[in-house]
Design a binder for this molecule. Structure first.
Ligand code: BEZ
Ligand code: MG
Length: 583
């Protein structure tokens, strides 16, 4: 046992803990699923590209195929006790991490056997290395083999030609491959979702654990629950997950969806406080234009949930939404309808925040500009007023300003491994944009979180942690960037895009560590051989990448040493010469 009076021992314990934490982070990066190239239209995936996807698919129970999750089967076979504490924030123990590594290795081996020699060999492999009997593993491997076969066929070009000829293209669901493997084969006419089926029972069940973790994390860091949160809800994400983001909003408010006699989700009911066991959180929802267009009944559902909760006769310390609405009305700031407005989107027919364009074009002077732009674009209210009149995109800037002014945490659900927060500029335009707006209106930077509901146990990370993970797993990972560089011109543009999107997180949330820019510079610009490849393949993107690094320094996001900056300036000069045809 370590005692307080034993400084050497506690130093060594601290060192052990640091090494252990590092080990945990390394495993996380190593085992993260990343795209290792772009999809080429019409080209089937190669067997070697499939293993990681198959592993992810097999990490969930697939009741529709009678298949259990492989990690659970292997853990059971090896006699490991799996922690059931899905709401716990506790880090895994060293023993648990070792077990995870072992499970990972056993599954890798079996999946390799599946690819090389088929189902029976995979079953045999699992039986030998983890005592999993054939009756249990056959359904999983049958499912995986079927998926693998579908990944190896590709009718996209034929389907496109059919569509252009006006012929019938069979329909198929639109979803993430891990969430719903029935999206295969590709090359079908993608259909979306019935909004009256949102959120599904599965989405609502999964959302509970994530929301509990989110609130536990905030509480651990701040000593109390967040009194108000701002959520970003996107259309495509809620199609893919059948409304996981929507369900999270409902859980934060402490309500459950209710279906009508036609089995359509059209109402909500409050979960009693003694069952909920915590206060109801005030939730400000920023929905994308796509969500507004696709999920009209869901927009009404969310607005109904807010109005229901605001009018519950409950103590104010257990119902933050009610408290805020009452404060505003009693202070004479506005009427009850305005005080209950919580669902905001663009004006009808408009999309996006434009924060991304302003960042990409370096067109902002002061910090406040980006947050102001976000609210200007997104301050249109949707729902129904207390007389039952539809509100469809009524400008409500004052309502949005006062709702955001109370926000203590912002959040977005991430449900896919294909697109992360540095792959596209939309995450920072939305989550970054709303966080910047809150920073000004609440005079405090909010805590910013993302979930990772793609892993079976659903994780919560801070924005800064997520940026670090994405940087390690993608931008600076040779497996990722070499995969991109195989695509030549487009690949360099993807790398540059990642750097610019990372910069977007500096601009909107100051969430990027100095080392990120330093290592980007070292990997892509100061390495002569790499720079030569980039400028040969795509000098325009190479130029943008170096300019972005200099801008990061100029705007105070990156504290670079003077020699590095001199080198970057020299390289920019020579790239400009190259582009102008001087060199
Ligand atoms: C959406 O699905 O709502 C969405 C897609 C791309 C960018 C922003 C939002
Ligand atoms: Mg900094």
């Amino acid at each position: 046992m370590t005692t307080k009076n034993d400084p050497t021992r506690s130093e060594s314990d601290k060192r052990d803990l640091r090494v252990f934490t590092l080990y945990e982070q390394l495993l996380e990066i190593e085992q993260r699923l990343i795209p290792t190239g772009l999809h080429v239209f019409g080209r089937p995936s190669q067997p070697a590209e499939q293993t990681d996807v198959l592993r992810m698919i097999a990490s969930f129970d697939r009741p529709e195929a009678g298949a259990h999750a492989l990690p659970a089967l292997v853990a059971e076979g090896l006699g490991f006790v799996v922690s059931q504490a899905s709401n716990s924030l506790a880090s895994p123990t060293e023993e648990e991490l070792r077990q995870r590594e072992r499970i990972h290795a056993v599954i890798s081996k079996a999946l390799n056997r599946l690819g090389e020699d088929g189902i029976d060999a995979a079953i045999q492999s699992l039986e030998t290395s983890a005592n999993v009997n054939a009756l249990q593993s056959r359904p999983v491997f049958t499912l995986l083999e079927n998926i693998s076969r579908q990944l190896e066929t590709n009718n996209e070009v034929e389907a496109l030609v059919k569509a252009l000829r006006g012929e019938f293209v069979p329909p198929g669901p639109g979803a993430d491959i891990v969430q719903n493997p029935l999206i295969l084969p590709t090359g079908r006419n993608t259909h979306a979702i019935n909004p009256y089926a949102v959120p599904s029972a599965m989405a609502y069940a999964r959302a509970e654990a994530v929301v509990n973790k989110l609130l536990a994390r905030y509480q651990e860091e701040h000593g109390h629950y967040p009194r108000a949160m701002a959520l970003v809800l996107w259309g495509l994400d809620n199609i893919k997950t059948q409304g996981e983001g929507v369900a999270q909003a409902l859980w934060l408010l402490g309500v459950r969806p209710v279906s009508d006699s036609l089995n359509r989700v059209t109402a909500v009911e409050a979960i009693p406080l003694d069952e909920l066991g915590r206060p109801r959180i005030d939730v400000v929802m920023t929905i994308s234009g796509i969500f507004r267009d696709l999920f009209s009944p869901t927009v009404q559902l969310l607005d109904k949930a807010v109005r229901l909760v605001a009018q519950l006769d409950e103590p104010e310390e257990m119902n933050y939404l009610r408290r805020h609405v009452q404060e505003q009305v009693l202070n004479g700031h506005c009427d009850a309808d305005e005080a209950m407005t919580r669902v905001f989107s663009n004006a009808p027919g408009n999309y996006g925040t434009n924060v991304n364009f302003m960042v990409m074009d370096s067109q902002w002077q002061t910090d406040d500009t980006l947050g102001d732009l976000f609210v200007t674009r997104k301050c249109f209210a949707y729902g129904r007023d207390s007389r039952g009149q539809a509100i469809e995109g009524v400008e409500a800037r004052a309502a949005m300003d006062s709702a955001l002014a109370r926000v203590e945490a912002t959040y977005q659900n991430i449900d896919t491994f294909e697109i992360g927060i540095t792959d596209v500029d939309h995450y920072f335009e939305y989550l970054g944009g709303v966080s910047k707006a809150v920073e000004k209106l609440a005079s405090n930077r909010p805590a910013i979180y993302l979930s990772d509901t793609l892993s079976p146990d659903g994780k919560i990370r801070s924005l800064a942690e997520t940026v670090r993970l994405e940087t390690r797993a993608k931008t600076l990972n040779p497996k990722w960037y070499e995969g991109m560089l195989k695509h030549g011109f487009r690949g360099v543009a993807e790398i540059e895009g990642h750097v610019s999107n990372t910069f977007g997180w500096s601009a909107t949330a100051d969430a990027v560590d100095d080392w990120v820019y330093t290592e980007v510079a070292e990997t892509f610009v100061l390495d002569q051989e790499m720079l030569a490849r980039l400028r040969e393949l795509n000098p325009h993107s190479a130029h943008s990448l170096v300019s972005r690094l200099l801008e990061a320094n100029g705007r105070g996001y990156w504290d670079a040493d003077p020699e590095t900056l001199d080198q970057l300036r020299e390289i920019i000069g020579s790239l400009e010469d190259q582009l102008e045809g001087v060199a």
